[in-house]
Design a protein around this ligand. Structure first.
Ligand code: UTP
Length: 460
């Protein structure tokens, strides 16, 4: 049965493998293949592997309209706060990625980010959620998207940590989909072991179908949630459910909004938010032609300066529509994927040999009738942990958090020495349950607080 389906979609090599292997191996492979939408896999191979998908024409790209920093915010913030107080907001963490660049063993959320205590990213985000719940006396349900690859490990971490002090009913984990990796030349589905297909998560854009399939949108509806924010597991700086973002989103009647920061330089590896035919689009850094990336305004600023930090506000009804319409288009990602050769030997390539299929959440932006982009100060909102070292690594995140917390302490009147870049020269950790911004810190610091010079600082 499965063999016929494989033949029908052109997977002759795998169909032959099923005949060749011993019965238990065949049964295990068949059981895995049964969970997949093979028609979709066939279409993806035909569209993205055996034919060249080509490049999109970007000639008509225009800079995005962005709500700049320091815009007229008080009314927007008040509106966002009202949404939070009314219990109409949920938070969705996307944590299904494999974190291959970081190379950490386990879900990335278990990576230590607290400079003093080693607090994990999950704990840090949970603390921010708890703080927002307290500040706005609201439910702010928290949904965490995992993938089949890390779901069990993530659940275990939440259980072991007693849901990080949040009530279990207010946190819900749900699983995104997965797709097979295929040979980049032939489109053959790869096996990672003799009896296992090489499967990987279907990209953060897998969020939309997963929200529908896993009943998350229904759950939101039953809780009275109209808008949700999404955020990445790897950015400890982000203000989750920021009232300013929520407020501008609501005021504009937007269906999907996003947070942008000013790019450091033309080639920085962040997607650029732009406009095309009056719709908001995101162009991946690898797709933005060099001449457009380097284009400058008369004042020297980049024309395409708005780098996306993958933080969104999304209307629940919009997500229902995107999910129901079959989700988002898939892209091809070339990766080095270990595989079992016909001879039975496992090959670990050092060059990309495979195509993985991934959907990107930002592909939903042009589907929105209205989308708002809101600028954030990157020193306060963005320092992702992507790589093991160099830019966007644990070291840069620690440096940026130390600088941020030092600025909060200074704003609270604490005498703390820093160098010209704002670096305090010691590690500082602020438990988000203690403070999520400078105002919190000022209110909560004990009278006359003075850190011991040269010693790490923990405020919890
Ligand atoms: P990245 O694009 O940085 O991917 O994800 P990644 O898998 O974490 O890391 P690399 O590329 O293998 O090094 C951005 C955010 O999207 C989530 C990640 O968990 C992260 O929060 N994500 C990514 C998913 O939830 N599912 C996916 O399939 C991919």
């Amino acid at each position: 049965m499965i063999r016929e389906e494989l033949l029908r979609i052109g997977q002759t090599e795998l169909a032959d493998t099923l005949v060749r292997v011993d019965p238990p191996t065949r049964r295990r492979l068949e059981a895995q293949l049964e969970t997949l939408d093979l028609d979709r896999v066939g279409r993806l191979v035909a569209d993205l592997v055996t034919t060249d998908p080509g490049h999109e024409e970007l000639a008509d790209l225009e800079p995005a309209d962005v709500v700049p920093l320091g815009a007229d915010d008080p009314a927007a913030i008040a509106r966002g706060e009202e949404l939070l107080r009314e219990g109409r907001v949920a938070a969705v963490l996307v944590a299904g990625g494999q974190g291959t660049r970081l190379g950490f063993d386990g879900p990335k959320g278990a990576f230590p980010v607290g400079a003093v205590t080693g607090r994990t990213l999950f704990d840090h985000h949970a603390g921010r959620i708890a703080a927002m719940r307290e500040r706005y006396a609201c439910e702010l349900p928290w949904y965490v998207m995992t993938s089949p690859q890390n779901d069990e490990a993530t659940r275990e971490i939440f259980r072991e940590n007693d849901w990080f002090g949040l009530s279990p009913g207010s946190v819900r984990l749900f699983v995104q989909g997965e797709l097979p990796a295929v040979d980049r030349r032939t489109g053959t589905i790869l096996r990672e072991t003799p009896d296992r297909i090489a499967l990987s998560p279907d990209g953060h854009g897998g969020l939309f179908p997963a929200l529908v399939r896993e009943g998350v949108l229904d759950d939101m509806r039953s809780r009275g949630v109209s808008t949700f924010v999404t955020f990445n597991v790897d950015n400890p700086m982000l203000s989750v459910a920021d009232p300013r973002l929520l407020g501008h989103h609501a005021q504009a009647g937007a269906e999907m909004s996003n947070v942008v920061v000013r790019k450091h330089d033309p080639r920085e590896r962040v997607g650029v938010v732009a406009k095309r035919a009056d719709r908001t689009v995101l162009v991946e850094y690898s797709d933005l032609p060099d001449d457009l990336a380097r284009l400058r305004e008369p004042d020297g600023g980049l024309v395409f300066w708005a780098g996306s930090i993958a933080a969104h506000a999304i209307e629940r009804e919009f997500a229902e529509r995107v999910g129901a319409e079959g989700g988002l288009p898939y892209h091809r990602a070339l990766k080095a994927v270990p595989y079992v050769h016909e001879s039975g030997e496992t090959v670990t390539p050092d060059q990309p040999n495979a195509v993985k299929f991934e959907a990107f959440m930002f592909d939903a932006l042009p589907m929105a009738e209205r989308a708002v982009s809101v600028e954030a100060d990157r020193r306060e909102e963005f320092s992702p942990i992507k790589n093991a070292e160099g830019p966007d690594s644990p070291d840069t995140a620690r440096r940026d958090l130390n600088r941020l917390y030092a600025s909060w302490l200074r704003a609270a009147g604490v005498d703390i020495a820093t160098d010209a870049s704002g670096d305090p020269g010691v590690d500082i950790e602020v438990d988000p349950r203690f403070a999520i911004d400078a105002g919190d810190l000022r209110r909560r610091l004990p009278e006359g607080y003075a850190p011991t010079p040269g010693e790490p600082i923990l405020l919890a």
